[in-house]
Design a protein around this ligand. Structure first.
Ligand SMILES: Cc1cc2nc3c(=O)[nH]c(=O)nc-3n(C[C@H](O)[C@H](O)[C@H](O)COP(=O)(O)OP(=O)(O)OC[C@H]3O[C@@H](n4cnc5c(N)ncnc54)[C@H](O)[C@@H]3O)c2cc1C
Length: 453
């Protein structure tokens, strides 16, 4: 198979790289595209889109390949694969960064931190920039510097007819608005331009661990503590077993724990002051909060969510942690079977909810927390049924507290109404109008799909 004007690599089922090229982060996803077009640049992406449209092929677009629903690959059709496009250029004077559409957050942090700069990115280094950004982008820095989309200044986009356009506040502003939360529905982004901020390079960061039996007490304290926390403080609660990382003493490995991860994006001394009450609360089993290179903190948990394991997620946004909500979380959090399964809860607020709803396409900015309930097991392990049921049961128990959802945390088996839930009616309807203008045939539908009107 050949594509006119294509200079990258074309991979079909007879190629030795086919199986590795079609594999995504979630090992439970097993799809067999007819062609994987590994692009070397924007011109290749445009050629691949035109080829797919001319031959009536299904299109999937791959950035970092990290989406739990596996939308980066399709059966039969073509995968427009940007994994060879990972360059990052920093302009310290801006300060801004230009990032290619196949880059991972580890690539961005590596280059930007060389200048003591950063923008809000995901908390796992091997997550793709493209999918994460297009869905919104939450991370340690969001309360201080906003979501990833709040830092997006512009994007180069190949649209459904193969044209190359620039989207920014001044050019194609409707498309630019939709790209900031609306996912991969509107075209293939070949590069992003982000605003950067001085961060670190050393920050006060790290996890605190308490025994699982202390969950009620820890979460009640945590609720009151984060209510007035400064924007500089990002926290993420992880409920599961302590991972067998080198920094965790061996006697704690696999012990069920409440872990509160922290990152203070400001002066270390201020962070010490702010975090003192949390560190003194109850009887932590372990306190690893310390001055840490931001770039190391960003990759600290990479090995706990490896490529090729099997993952099943349910997710929802939550309000502030009322006592009855804490009781539900405490009842379900530790009843999964696999030692690798966990629940993880991001504290939102700060700069995230100061941007008016509708200014970007990211919905539900008012929520306090985003939680994912993650069943995780290795290939061949027998936890699939039990931990899928655990995630579903936990999600059902949270039903009366739910306040929308983050589109990037939706799994493969969700009802289509959950995509609308991620945006709310007003934003969803506006996204539908932009979709109708830029992709009226819904060529880009292997995603959390917004259908054209
Ligand atoms: C372990 C783990 C940790 C995570 N942590 C965070 C976190 O801290 N914060 C957060 O916000 N999210 C997080 N996520 C969710 C993450 O945002 C999504 O999984 C996201 O889809 C990943 O982007 P990707 O490029 O790797 O995805 P892919 O699987 O490559 O793509 C997903 C979809 O995005 C679209 N897409 C991808 N690339 C492009 C492109 N270049 N142009 C247009 N559309 C494109 C396509 O529709 C594609 O189907 C995490 C996910 C995992 C698995």
């Amino acid at each position: 198979m050949e594509i006119d004007g294509f200079r990258g690599q074309l991979i079909t089922a007879d190629h030795t790289d086919y199986d590795s090229a079609r594999a995504v982060w979630n090992g439970a996803v097993d799809r067999r595209p007819r062609l994987i077009a590994r692009c070397s640049g924007t011109a290749d992406v445009a050629a691949a889109v035109r080829f797919a449209r001319d031959h009536n092929l299904e299109i999937a677009v791959r950035g970092g390949g990290h989406n739990v629903a596996g939308t980066a690959v399709c059966d039969e059709g073509i995968v427009i694969d940007l994994s060879a496009m990972r360059a990052v250029w920093v302009d310290p004077a801006g300060p801004t960064a230009r990032v290619q559409g196949g880059a991972l957050w580890g690539d961005v942090d590596h280059e930007t931190q060389a200048h003591g700069l950063a923008t809000t990115g995901g908390i796992v280094g091997h997550t793709g920039v493209a999918g994460l950004t297009l869905g919104g982008g939450i991370g340690w820095l969001m309360r201080k510097h906003g979501l990833t989309v709040d830092n997006l200044l512009g994007a180069d986009v190949v649209t459904a007819d193969g044209s190359i356009v620039q989207a920014s506040a001044d050019e194609h502003p409707d498309l630019f608005w939709a790209l900031r939360g609306g996912g991969g529905n509107f075209g293939v982004v070949t590069s992003f331009r982000f605003a950067l901020h001085p961060v670190g390079p050393t920050v006060l960061a790290g996890p605190l661990l308490w025994d699982a039996s202390d969950i009620g007490q820890v979460l009640r304290f945590y609720r009151d503590f984060v209510r007035d926390a400064p924007d500089e403080l990002g926290t993420v609660v992880r409920l599961g077993t302590a991972p067998p990382l080198a920094v965790v003493p061996e006697d704690l490995h696999w012990r069920p724990v409440v872990m509160v991860g922290t990152c203070y994006a400001g002066p270390i001394e201020d962070g010490e002051e702010v975090l003192r009450p949390l560190r003194a609360s109850g009887s932590p089993l372990l306190d690893l909060v310390a001055p840490t290179p931001y770039v190391s903190h960003q990759s600290a948990i990479d090995s706990t969510v490896l490529h090729g394991w099997h993952y099943y997620w349910k997710s929802t946004h939550l309000p502030e942690l009322r006592d009855d909500l804490i009781d539900v979380i405490a009842e379900h959090a530790f009843s999964c079977s696999s030692p690798r399964s966990y629940a993880v809860m991001f504290h939102l607020g700060g700069a995230v909810n100061r941007v008016p709803e509708g200014d970007t396409a990211f919905g539900n900015r008012h929520a306090s927390h985003a939680i994912t309930l993650d069943g995780v097991w290795r290939p061949g392990e027998d936890f699939a049924d039990q931990d899928t049921a655990w995630a579903r049961g936990f999600f059902a128990a949270l039903d009366r507290f739910r306040e929308g959802v983050y589109v990037n945390f939706l799994g493969a088996d969700e009802d289509t109404h959950r995509v609308r839930e991620a945006y709310g009616d007003a934003v969803y309807d506006r996204l539908m109008n932009v979709k109708t203008k830029y992709d009226p045939d819904n060529a880009f539908h292997h995603n959390q799909n917004i259908r054209p009107g």
